[in-house]
Design a protein around this ligand. Structure first.
Ligand code: FAD
Length: 320
């Protein structure tokens, strides 16, 4: 029996999260002493995945992730999984992974463990730790099934391990004439951020305390200096101060960076739901009673308009 994983790319290029997912699957494959098969779509350099342990790479060369519907991707994965002998399936808990992993698991009778944030404590029976209750709790699950699907939270494992192997590459064209998609992608608008939030190691985020969109220059300058992504609270994106692609929280993007710097954000429970898995949280707020301080590793009580310029100067001097 072997392992199967779906590896995403964007416009043919793999992202940090792609390598994190292959590295994760490879660790399980090693424990099971089994082969790792990777399925991807229109990758420009599919062989790159062998550096992280993919023994067999299937590249569906006539379909792109950014154009395909979830049901089509699920269907193609199912066909390949049915043809193999896979004990474990590994997905990333991205928007796509959240959509396709339940469909595939349900259709093929795999037990789905989603929101996973740890390597398995045991493989047989499969036991992993998962985020629960909007990240307020961690639950350890043990599966009684021999066939399991694991969906890992991007950036939560944080390990990319090079482990080059000899590999077999299969470039395959999917026969589109046999398939009528139930969903079609009509249009897409892309975020313009240089650093994608789910992949960012550092995120600088700001809220209504910044008073207006004209004050984001200092947030962007701080983020640039730290090579960080920029994020914001929901009201900030609702008011159009920042794009919706920066909104983090329960109804926005969930992130797990090494460092989250929250500036002028009160720390409402819905905001925390998307950021409280960050490994280190720094809160800058003028109100010493702001709820966010309860979740902070480091807190600075003060006016952001005094503190941020000073912080920028200190970082510049440190870098020099
Ligand atoms: C169903 C639902 C879903 C939601 N989903 C989300 C979500 O996904 N993400 C999200 O963010 N919110 C979400 N919200 C909204 C959430 O409840 C809060 O209203 C929101 O997070 C508050 O945003 P904020 O902290 O920017 O603003 P505020 O609550 O107004 O806080 C501003 C903070 O800035 C501080 N401040 C003011 N001036 C300064 C200064 N000069 N220097 C430093 N600090 C200063 C203040 O002390 C205050 O703490 C949701 C709400 C609901 C009901």
């Amino acid at each position: 029996m072997s392992l199967f994983t779906l590896i995403e790319n964007w416009e043919g290029r793999f992202k940090k999260n792609s390598f994190e997912t292959v590295s994760y699957a490879k660790k399980i494959a090693d424990k099971l002493n089994s082969q790792l098969t990777v399925l991807t779509f229109s990758a420009k350099q599919p062989s790159e995945l062998s550096k992280f342990g993919a023994d067999k790479i299937i590249n569906i060369s006539n379909i792109k992730f950014e154009e395909a519907s979830n049901d089509l991707i699920a269907e193609i994965c199912q066909n390949h999984i049915q043809d193999g002998d896979y004990q474990t399936l590994v997905f990333s808990n991205t928007n796509l992974g959240k959509n396709v992993s339940p469909i595939i698991s349900q259709k093929l009778n795999y037990e789905l463990l989603s929101n996973v944030i740890s390597h398995p404590d045991s493989i047989s029976p499969m036991s992993v730790k998962c985020k629960a209750y909007s990240s307020k709790a961690i639950v350890e699950y043990q599966s009684s099934s021999k066939l399991n699907a694991i969906s890992i939270v991007p950036n939560s494992i944080g390990e990319i391990n090079e482990s080059p192997v000899e590999f077999e590459l299969n470039e395959i064209e999917f026969n589109k004439s046999t398939y009528e998609p139930k969903l079609k992608v009509l249009s897409r608008s892309e975020s313009t951020e240089k650093i994608s939030l789910p992949d960012a190691n550092i995120v600088v985020s700001a809220g209504r305390g910044l008073k207006g969109p004209e004050n984001w220059k200092m947030i962007e300058e701080l983020a640039n200096l730290l090579n960080a992504g920029t994020a914001c609270s929901k009201p900030v994106s609702d008011m159009g101060w920042r794009p919706h692609s920066e909104h983090v929280g329960q109804t926005g993007i969930a992130i797990n960076p090494e460092l989250y710097i929250a500036i002028g954000i009160s720390g409402a429970i819905q905001h925390l739901a998307g950021v409280n898995s960050s490994k280190n949280i720094v809160v800058i707020n003028s109100d010493p009673e702001a709820p966010f301080f309860k979740s902070a590793d480091y807190g600075i009580v003060g006016d952001a308009f005094d503190i941020i310029p000073k912080l920028i100067e200190e970082i510049k001097q440190y870098k020099n």
